[in-house]
Design a protein around this ligand. Structure first.
Ligand code: 5GP
Ligand code: ZN
Length: 116
């Protein structure tokens, strides 16, 4: 459930500091170290899951919890009225750099489409 080489597992363990905005028994949310928008939060499971592609039916409740946590942190950040984007990158073509499932919550500016 933990990968000793994973940077987000180290954040969960408190071995690397992070700017936390939300936590519960399964989920953690903190500010991205290189924000791509005025608000850029990362929502992650405490357990190590490599990506959405590595999740399975047994993760159904966890995935729901992650989505609701995105809503919770977006509201707390004042993004609900203006709107925001939730993104998860998967694998090389998806642009995933950290191989621990995470949802980006981006807001505070207008987002372009299609994404790059
Ligand atoms: P990915 O490209 O994997 O979807 O996104 C990984 C994100 O993690 C990037 O936006 C990057 O800025 C962020 N990140 C990488 N290392 C750290 C860290 O040590 N702390 C925080 N808060 N964010 C990180
Ligand atoms: Zn991990």
């Amino acid at each position: 459930m933990t990968d000793p080489n994973c940077i987000f597992c180290k954040i969960v363990a408190g071995e690397i500091p992070s700017n936390g905005v939300y936590e519960d028994d399964q989920v953690l949310a903190f500010r991205d170290i290189q924000p791509q928008a005025p608000s850029h939060l990362l929502v992650i499971p405490r357990a190590h899951v490599a990506s959405l592609d590595a999740a399975d039916e047994g993760d159904e409740a966890l995935l729901g919890r992650l989505m609701l946590a995105c809503r919770t942190v977006a509201r707390a950040e004042g993004l609900a009225e203006g709107g925001y984007r939730v993104v998860t990158n998967i694998g090389d073509d998806g642009g995933q750099a950290v191989h621990h499932l995470h949802l980006h919550v981006l807001g505070g500016r207008s987002m372009g489409w299609p994404p790059g």
